[in-house]
Ligand binder design. Structure first.
Ligand code: GCO
Length: 439
């Protein structure tokens, strides 16, 4: 790596992130069914119809996995809790094994000197709640508040930070408008409702956790730099619409108590009645904001209903996901988030990383270059006064990349999905060296 800890302010934190369904092995330990299990079982949704039933078997191998986090000299482990593992039916009686698992997991982090950064929801909705309309049903805010209370009463005393929902855009737009993730809907009314209810659930969970006396609570959103594909007024307007519903809708809701005009243009007719009255909950104060960033998109106008846009293939080098490598976008979002939304609030890069065609023993230079280029931007914006306090990699190890199955490898650690053997990649070794503590 081209950086060390000493290049960052004292107390700057480095971490790695994972999520429950992507690594744990959801068929184990009494977890209830989720909408990802049935989405994956429906032909055409997921590459080879792969699911998270076994994944990395982190459920049984978490001790070794946390050793890897510690041995990389990382400070923070960002993990998520599965709603259906804790409450198999989404509501009602908890699964004692599930609560015990997260209890052990948090203790195992603390034993290794790692700061546990919890995300309450990273996409595996209990099927029983999906049957009731899932994120389209306003009641989900209350169900989510109850889940928050059950899990945090058990582990909330020992976690370092908590965020309710990973990437509201993916929970709503990607899953209800584009249909690429569970529940695989393509419906603008469902999308608008999900976008709003995700934020209502976020605010409700923040209030529940405050009520339990917890601190260091945040929000984690994902961002894609929206660039007009050409200089035309039509493309510029299309890119502005993309930016509004992707990048600004959720920050505006949480930090400003309103939605951007360019997003309301298309979504307002579909929002639930009385949506304006929910901002008192949605704006429940948070202590930090997390940004997940991977790439940019080139956007042009499209001759069809709102948002009337299309993506155009860009010229920059791409990762295995087909995503352009564009580190300037990270600097852009850190700077504009602080300037327009969060002011002096600490910012964290809660996810950044790339999928590579990795095999053990092969050079892992593209990932090293990717990390270097993005960490460099973090360093630059800190020098400009942006309050970035940490940088976390996606991901600790190769895992279930949702609709793309096990094919796309984001890990610092290679996982052989037959033997489940873990093998650190060159990027892991380089990071470990970069983060060595001098004393
Ligand atoms: C996301 C999620 C992760 C993904 C990762 C790569 O940002 O989409 O948090 O679950 O695996 O981002 O796509």
């Amino acid at each position: 790596m081209n950086f060390t800890r000493d290049d960052f302010p004292k107390g700057f934190l480095f971490g790695a992130a994972t999520s429950s369904y992507q690594i744990e092995g959801h068929a184990q330990g009494g977890a209830g069914p989720t909408h990802w299990d049935t989405f994956a079982a429906t032909p055409g949704n997921v590459v080879r119809a792969e699911n998270g039933a076994l994944a990395c078997d982190h459920y049984h191998r978490y001790e070794g996995d946390l050793d890897l986090v510690r041995d990389a000299n990382l400070d923070v482990y960002r993990f998520s809790t599965s709603w259906a593992r804790v409450l198999p039916e989404g509501r009602g009686g908890p699964n004692p094994e599930g609560l015990d698992f997260y209890d052990r997991l948090v203790d195992a982090m603390l034993e290794r000197g790692l700061k546990p950064a919890a995300t309450l929801y990273h996409w595996e909705l209990p099927s029983a709640l999906a049957d009731l309309g899932g994120w389209r049903n306003r009641d989900i805010a209350g169900w989510f508040g109850d889940f928050t209370e059950v899990i945090m009463r058990r582990i909330g005393d020992r976690i370092w930070s908590a965020a309710p929902i990973n990437e509201p855009w993916c929970v709503s737009w990607l899953s209800h408008f584009l249909g690429h993730h569970a529940p695989g809907l393509r419906d603008i009314r469902g999308t608008a409702r999900a976008m709003h209810h995700v934020l209502l659930a976020h605010g409700t969970a923040i209030q529940v956790m405050r009520g339990l006396g917890m601190g260091n609570l945040g929000a984690v959103c994902n961002f894609e730099y929206a660039q007009a594909a050409d200089d035309s007024a039509e493309s510029r307007a299309a890119a502005a619409r993309y930016d509004a519903y992707y990048n600004r809708f959720f920050l505006s809701g949480i930090f400003q108590g309103r939605y951007p005009a360019e997003a309301l243009e298309g979504l307002e007719p579909h929002l639930p009645s009385g949506w304006q009255d929910d901002f008192a909950t949605i704006t429940a104060p948070v202590d930090w904001c997390g940004l997940n960033y991977y790439t940019r998109k080139l956007i042009a106008a499209g001759d069809w209903p709102w948002p009337a846009l299309r993506e155009v293939e860009g010229p920059l080098p791409k990762t295995e996901m087909g995503w352009e490598v564009y580190p300037d976008g990270l600097a852009h979002f850190l700077t504009t988030t602080a300037r327009e939304f969060t002011g002096a609030l600490p910012l964290y890069v809660t996810e950044n990383g790339m999928a590579g065609a990795d095999r053990p023993g092969q050079p892992d230079q593209p990932r090293i270059d990717y990390i270097n280029a993005h960490v460099d931007k973090v360093r630059q914006v800190i020098a400009d006064g942006v309050p970035v306090r940490g940088y976390f990699l996606w991901s600790l190890m190769d895992n279930y990349e949702w609709a793309l199955g096990y094919e796309k490898r984001f890990g610092l650690v290679h996982v052989d999905f037959d033997s489940l053997q873990r093998t650190p990649k060159a990027s892991y070794d380089a990071l470990k060296l970069a983060l060595t503590r001098s004393c």
